[in-house]
Design a protein around this ligand. Structure first.
Ligand code: AMP
Length: 249
């Protein structure tokens, strides 16, 4: 089995997001960037499947600016065998990413594509589903457990009602939940070794994909500031305030 893993470079989840003064987006200059958290789970799962002897090769792919190479390099440091960077300038929407990934899938012919369930910058939760639709492949989204079988996968999914287990034939697209596993840290020797692993660079034009935006972003605003809370002295006072002031009971 060959596994392709999509990894996106996003603002680190610990960073306090600041909106640009002209409301055209969020500040990214001099801001710490990292791999989208569920994509770390996707890489971890691919490496675990390989370590269990059920996959021969793990290829990490990122779509983005030159700096997204760091994200691919990190995937190589935790066990991916080689990387692909599809270079695109500026913001790229899920539809364009999925069209690019489709071209990469046609070229690489993986048996499984692992992705994050959602990117924490755009919160779209669309790319995996769109890729499955474009390829006409089965999909299992929000995976919290993956079991590799002979020619299929048993995937446990996080759904509103609890856990759902489904079986999908390979080739398939699986999007990963944070509960899937505990991503490992890259050790210094492995970071050094990763420097020697190959990263192929391609441009979206080379793949013949039109990456023009289909969505016009009108403005980005900070959420309204929360008002300070108050302390009440007793349950009676709380009930009285909920009844007479908040009028919610
Ligand atoms: P989204 O649909 O934007 O919420 O992203 C869902 C998943 O698609 C992410 O967790 C990644 O695995 C993948 N993905 C989205 N954008 C990119 C990108 N630019 N490069 C690589 N993978 C991406």
């Amino acid at each position: 089995m060959k596994i392709l893993v999509a990894v996106k470079r996003v603002i680190d989840y610990n960073v306090q997001i600041r909106v640009k003064e002209d409301n055209s987006g969020v500040v990214t200059d001099n801001v710490k960037m990292s791999t989208n958290p569920p994509d770390d789970n996707a890489i971890e799962e691919a490496v675990k499947i390989k370590e269990a002897g059920k996959a021969k090769e793990v290829v990490a792919v990122s779509v983005g600016e030159e700096k997204a190479q760091e994200t691919v390099r990190k995937a190589l440091a935790v066990g991916a065998d080689r990387g692909i960077l599809v270079k695109v300038d500026g913001v790229i929407e899920p539809l364009a990413v999925s069209k690019i990934l489709k071209k990469i899938v046609e070229k690489e012919k993986p048996d499984l594509v692992l992705m994050g369930k959602q990117a924490i910058d755009d919160d779209c939760n669309q790319t995996g589903q769109m890729l499955a639709a474009l390829l006409n492949w089965p999909q299992a989204t929000f995976a919290s457990k993956i079991e590799v079988k002979e020619k299929s996968l048993e995937v446990t999914r996080e759904v509103d009602e609890g856990l759902e287990t489904i079986e999908v034939n390979v080739p398939a697209i699986v999007t990963c939940d944070l509960r899937l596993n505990e991503p490992r840290y890259a050790s210094l020797p492995n970071i050094m070794k990763a420097k020697k692993k190959p990263i192929e660079q391609i441009s979206a034009e080379d793949l013949g994909v039109d990456v023009k935006s289909r969505i016009e972003q009108i403005k980005v605003e900070e959420p309204p500031k929360r008002k300070a809370g108050i302390k009440v002295a007793s349950v009676e006072e709380l009930v009285q305030k909920l009844k007479n002031e908040a009028k919610v009971i």
